[in-house]
Ligand binder design. Structure first.
Ligand code: SF4
Length: 127
């Protein structure tokens, strides 16, 4: 949530109303410190694990997680099945592995540079 919407009830109330009435997001809680608002989506169908309004889903849903690709350290929710992988990750991974780093250091760098996901995504016969 934006700073002013978070701070001012006069902005927050219509924001929450819009999310409930227009987007179908039921307010659950806020997470102090991060300005995160947690909603439950009424369009999510748990039995099929699908969106019942996928063609008309909110812009927020259409943008996720694209908007995070511009973050220096993109963070997705743990529950999200998507993973961030730099399109040049395979080259960086090969370069790192060629450095002869101690295994713990190599593992740490792979994790911090989101290369573990690249390793998982790479075809097994990748050059
Ligand atoms: S994609 Fe559909 S189910 Fe998922 S949050 Fe958006 S509206 Fe809800």
């Amino acid at each position: 949530m934006g700073f002013w919407t978070w701070r001012l009830g006069i902005l927050r109330a219509p924001f929450l109303w819009w999310q409930r009435v227009v987007n179908g997001f039921e307010f659950l809680r806020t997470e102090l410190g991060s300005r995160v608002v947690v909603f439950r989506c009424t369009h999510y169908e748990p039995t099929t694990k699908r969106c019942d309004s996928y063609e008309s889903r909110p812009l927020l849903c259409r943008d996720y997680p694209l908007e995070h690709t511009f973050d220096a350290m993109p963070q997705l929710f743990d529950e999200c099945s998507l993973r961030m992988v730099d399109k040049r990750a395979a080259v960086l991974l090969r370069s790192l592995e060629a450095q002869g780093l101690p295994p713990e250091r190599l593992a740490e760098l792979k994790r911090k540079l989101f290369l573990v996901e690249a390793e998982d995504a790479a075809p097994s016969n990748a050059p």
